[in-house]
Structure formats: structure tokens, C-alpha cells
Design a protein around this ligand. Sequence first.
Ligand code: ADP
Ligand code: GLC
Length: 484
Amino acid sequence: MTRILFATSEAVPLIKTGGLADVSGSLPAALRDLGEDVRIILPAYPAALVGAGHLRHLTSLQVMGEHVSLLEGRMPDTGVTVWLVDAPALFEREGGPYVDEHGQDWPDNAERFTLFCRVVVEIAMGRANLSWRPDILHGNDWQTGLAIALAHLESQRPATIFSIHNLAYQGYFSEENFRALQLPEALWSPASMEYYGQWVMIKGGLAHADRLLTVSPSYAQEITTAAFGNGMDGLLRHRQDRLSGILNGIDTQIWDPNHDRLIPASYSQDNMLGKSINKSALQRHFDLPEIDVPVFGLVSRLVEQKGIDLVLAALPDHIHAPIQLVMLGSGNKQYEQACVELVHRYPHQVGVTIGYDEVLAHLIEAGSDFFLMPSRFEPCGLNQLYSLRYGTPPIVHKTGGLADTVTHCWPQTLEDGSATGFVFEHPTATGLSWAMGEALRCMARKDCLQRLRQNGMRQDVSWKNSAQTYRQVYQQAMQDKAIA
Ligand code: ADP
Ligand code: GLC
């Protein structure tokens, strides 16, 4: 049994801004089910304090002049142990985990995540008065990069893993911040966290971890190129022998069309009747005519990564045909506004909800005929996996995890049972428009859509295989550390 300290800044169902939360909720549970001893460690945001059940005070620490309590709770759905780093002055505030209610970064983010990382390291080094010490410190994304870097300054440290969920978010701060937080001088170097005079949190993980992971094999390749590397491709090429990609799985209990309490009618591969009931409910929800026309769905953060502008640009090619489009998302104000304008223009064909809505996300997965995910880049992506499971063939750009999880519907792949959706090569409106046309042609043909749905629903999108691969990487990291 390996002891794993899983450090993350969000985890479902306590706090979520994106897929990192889904993974932090479900991967530790999958590892626990394989017999590993996993503890999640998370800042004690108000929602986490409320959601993590009955809390037990474990220990107190004095870190950076703050009195910090470590509280132990349980993840509500899975029972996995979660440790909350309670520093009220830094984490107990309304707003998001990284931004205030106006969407502005918290001005003290450097301090907040430095404190979090320092506490993680105290626990990892057995200096927190606990009877437990990890064999593995597993950090996720920039918020935990400093913990990896600090751990590597210690002699009796655990082996370290750093997972990149999205290289576009790096945590840039100033040299002034670095100095004010009195961090070790050794970390202020281009070989460590310094980058052209800036302090970059993610570099702590990228430069130092025993093993680097990302969330799909294709993205692991892509980030070693200038086009996808966000300035870190040189470093990642240098560390390529330590870098690999493991596909995310999904929580197959939360996302199961046969037992989903959030949708009006359940359904399965053997009985798809419920899917058309959900389609009607979806059309009703958006005040669209309840007619038998192809419905395209989208659930997304509305940011450049996700290719929302491609949807807006490709739509005129198809909107004169009898189709409907439903969208749920929030983010960039311009995209939000452009989506809302579509509803004014095509009130009988387009429905849009701006905001975050878990229940509606399930209804869109269940009630749509096709799911749009034209991301410019996508480290893994979860929504296309939910779509496969819900018999809603995804339409995706051939990138990252989308390329690794969706197989285009060609005559040959339909024949051999591997086709699961529609994949276009270039992130352009023309590419997306072509793929939407292919989807419409498939729907017009006898059996094509049914076969695609069945193929998708047959895929194993659980954590079963991936969690095993994580265990192998943990073993490798422990060996690497022993040799180093
Ligand atoms: P990313 O993490 O880049 O946003 P993923 O596909 O990995 O992309 O994960 C996104 C997660 O957030 C999914 O669980 C998706 O259903 C959810 N999500 C995104 N936007 C919304 C929204 N507006 N309402 C409800 N859920 C959303
Ligand atoms: C990031 C990525 C997304 C991935 C998720 C979980 O938010 O954008 O592709 O699925 O992390 O790993």
C-alpha cells in the first residue's frame, strides 16, 4: 500500500471551476479502491468547510506568521479522507478559489498558495505532528508547483509527481512577491521557478518533480512543441524522459444515463427510449419547438481555448436547415454576449443559458443528438467522455485528449465498430462546419447514428485502466528518487 498525499486546489463536490475538480474527486477514490492510502489536501474554502462533513481538528501549525489548523473530513460521495488547510484570513472569503466576485484575481494569490504549499510540505516531511507520512507527494497544476520545488530542497523527501491539467494556466507572480514571501534563494533561478524575471509557480512542478504527468498521451507530446508549450516547451523537451500522459477517467456513478437522477428519463444501450424523452425535455427547457430535428449541445467554459468563436462562425452554414443548438456556459463576456445574441436572432432554433448549472449540464448531455467540443487545445476534456457515455456522439477538433478518445465516423470505422463521433483536423470554422455536416448526413442515413451511439456507450471511460497506470508511475517515481 502506497501512501499518497494528493494536493489540489479544487475537488468535486466541494469546490469546482473545471475538470481538475472532477479528476480530484474521482481519481483518489479509484486509487483507494485499488488499495492505496490516499489523502486529499485542499485549502479550507467556505464551501469545503461546509461540504466535507463532520470535521476533526488534526493539528495546528504556525506558517508564515499565520496560525493554521489542519482539519480532517470526508469526501461526501466517496468517503476519501480530505485534509483542509484552514487559514481563515486567506481562504475564508466569498467568491471563487482564485478570483473575487468580479472575476478579478485575488491580489494575494501568491501568498495564499505559498501558504498552502508550505503546509503541504510540512505534512510531506512529517513535521506536522501527524502519525502519517506520504511515500508520494502528488501535486496538480500551478497552485501546487511550489510544494514540489520546496520538497526537492529537503533530504528525506517523498517521491514527487506533478500533473499538468492545463499548461495555459501557470501562476505568474513578481520577483517582489517572491522576496516578500521569503522563499529560498535556490528557487530563484532559470533552472527552477524564475522565468524571464518573473516568478512562475507551475515551473516548480515542471522543473523538479520526479515524474511529470499530463492528462492524455497526445497532450504530453503537444506540450513539447512551441505551438502548445506556452513558453515551457524547452523545459518539457529537456524533461521528456520523465513526462507521460494518462487519460482521465470519469466518475461513472455521477455520469451514468441508466441511474442519473438529474435527468427526466434514464436509458441504457439496450433501451434508448428515455433519450428521446430527455430530448423533448431539453427542447421544452429552452422554449424550442418539440420537433424531431437534430439538436447540437454544448457545455463549456466560454474561453478562447474552447473554440466558441468557431461555433459562432460555423453556425450560419447550417442554421438554415432544420437544426437546433443549445448552449450552457460562462466566462468571457464577449462570448457570453455573442451567444445571447444568437437567441435573439434564431429564437426558434437556439437556446442559451449563461451561468453554471450542474443539472442542465446533465440534461444537455442526455437530450442532445450531438455534442460540440471544438477546442483549440484540450489536455484531456471530460465532456466528450460524458457524451460518449450518454450516447451523444461528440464533434471534436483533433487535439489532445479529444484526439485520443474520439474516433471519426468513416465508412471503415463505422463498419469495424470503432467510430464514436466526428473529428476535424484544423481548428477553423470550415473544419467544424464540415464535421457538423458529416453529423447531419449520418443522422439522415439509416442506422448510422444508432451505431455510433452504441459504439460510444460501449467505451470504457471509467478510471479502471488509468488508475492502474497511475500506480505504475508512482512506483517509477519512487525508483527515480532512490537512484537520484
Ligand atoms: P475544463 O476543465 O478545461 O473546463 P473539462 O472538459 O475537463 O474542461 O471539464 C469541464 C467540467 O466542467 C465538466 O465537468 C463540465 O460538465 C463542467 N462545466 C463546464 N461549464 C459548465 C457550466 N456552465 N455548467 C455546468 N457544468 C459546467
Ligand atoms: C483542465 C483541462 C481539461 C482536463 C481537466 C482535467 O481543466 O482543460 O482538458 O480534462 O483539466 O484534467
